[in-house]
Design a protein around this ligand. Sequence first.
Ligand SMILES: [Zn+2]
Length: 209
Amino acid sequence: MVWIHHVPALIPRMFSQFVWNKERSENKIYLTFDDGPVSGVTDYVLDELAKRNMNATFFMVGDNIQKNHRLAQEVLQSGNGIGNHTMHHVNGFKTPYEVYLEEIDNCQLQIQETLSISSRLFRPPYGKITKKQFKSVVADYDVIMWDVLSGDFDATQSAEECLKKSIKYSRNGSIVVFHDQQKTKEMIKRVLPDYLDFLNDSGLETALL
Ligand SMILES: [Zn+2]
């Protein structure tokens, strides 16, 4: 599996229309959780955030909202932000243009029906989106990437390594990716509490995108 913890500076310069990080001068961290809501994981994340009076932005998969209405509502009611992550977590490189836009529209419909809000945030699953898709999407959404990938999805990585690298690369204005999905359930439980405590100890406040 090829992925990197930290996005090299070159990439945001090449793809400057995407949002890779926020203001570096403020002591704020932008936590994001992708692919939920999933029972047994998302509720765990909500508890850990609430214990520390923190919040995060949840990039939800429409299909999961449909299956977990109440949990999606709890995410919003707990003071967190909501982002669109397509209806079925589709890869932009492998999905025809029209179908890709439909996937985003259908996820937005789920958000509207379940949460009575519209999201202006979109994150392409796998970070993969074509230029043509991007041009349409950016008219309606801020397209949010990241600068710190925890790699919680990589089972070959130890929890210690995941924590260590996530801490190493987190700084003012970082957008940090975790996953509230079945596959990352065990890893997140081993890493998230310590990571959130690190933010507290470092005087980094969480903020919404
Ligand atoms: Zn995803």
